[in-house]
Design a protein around this ligand. Sequence first.
Ligand code: PA5
Length: 475
Amino acid sequence: MKLTEQQRKQMRLTVDYTNMTEKYLGAKGISEKTIAAHKKIAKAAHGYVSANRGKDELYMGWTELPYNQNEIVADILTTAKLIRKRFEYFVVLGIGGSALGPSMAFSALCHLHYNDLPRSKRKGPKFYVEDNVDPVRMKELLDVIDVTKTCFNVISKSGATSETMAQYLIISDLLTKAGVDIRENVVFTTDAKKGNLVKISKQLGGVKSYVLPDGVGGRFSELSPVGLLPAAVAGIDIKMLLKGAAFMDKLCKSSDLTKNPALLSATLQYIAMQDGKNIGVMMPYSDNLKYVADWYAQLWAESLGKNVTLDGKPCHVGQTPVKALGVTDQHSQVQLYTEGPYDKVVTFLSVGSYKEKTPIPHGYRNIPDVGFLGGHTMEELIQAENRATAYALTKAGRLNYTICLPEINEYTLGQLLYFFELQTAYAGAMFNINTYDQPGVEAGKKATFALLGKPGYELQRNDLDSAAPDEDYIV
Ligand code: PA5
């Protein structure tokens, strides 16, 4: 479907940073002078990201995903159609960047009780993303699916992630024992040439596989086959998702931060972080967008949490992402945000028009504290609470800003994802760090290999044994 200029304008995501400014927040806000003083660093960050677009060696291949996947998208749509027809269940096996994207897009764009809908309404298999090795969760998943009627999308760039490979071993064993040809029930999404899934695929011969491109890291992979196949299986319009991302790319061409929403957002966050705002709260006012906060938490934390700059200087930068849900967490966390330490930036994700309005009927007019709600809609209520929370935070001098999606659909979600990816890339460039590596994650992966006896990790095993819990310190 081709969108008109008018439709694009109507569906454009906006960033309202009124409540970040000194003008509206008072002394705790960011002054025009401070923003002006950061124009140079913002321009340089924009220059770095623009100059390195698409460079695989810098892991910046993600910038081109909205443009270079025509053939892959066509292939994914064909495969998804077959999976939707043939299978009762679709299970993603993956973790981190190989799972958060698929979960997030599914919950953002599908019915909130999708798996409880009858097949006639779903028109596709029940959908699960298994991103943990909790033994209970695996066992209980197997209680509700029939492996012979399940398509397993095994997603791992390295094919060396213990969690995903353990899941795969369990599933392939069950399929074999059930007399199923594994190749019929699995799809791999992995590196083009390297890694264990490539080896397994060669050994099995003829497994349907998609490539996670070389220059795309896990947390930047949602718009690659990592996210696109699961999304298409769930009935999501993946072409529109990519169009939304391309639209945001277009909106962020300028090096002038007042004309580039992602650059503006990155600069405000950078200024706040320099001023000790070490916590970034993401608070969507929508259950559909709840897992955007999870996906963003990985993107922001893994990309910015670094201890050395690109020129080798120690730094220890980053901002701890906190996930909150409006309005639910107004009743648990907002007290802290309003009166606790001045160490946070709250980012609201607001929705202009919800797909359901859900009227609240009149009743109990004789009890005014209840009766006043009648005649409104739940949409009005959630929007009023969103506005009221932003107002209360502002009155209390707390930095907050609002990203508004006119509606939640493929086009606006595509914009939002690309917006956050660009924002992260700009912020990483401002800190002059490697935004795309994750040595801290790798360290944990290697220690797990050592503990479980993977050959080659014997020395680390000895070291781990010497760091075992000390009885003197166990109470
Ligand atoms: O962002 C990342 O790189 C990580 O979160 C990885 O996606 C995660 O560790 C899973 O790795 P892999 O896809 O190699 O199994």
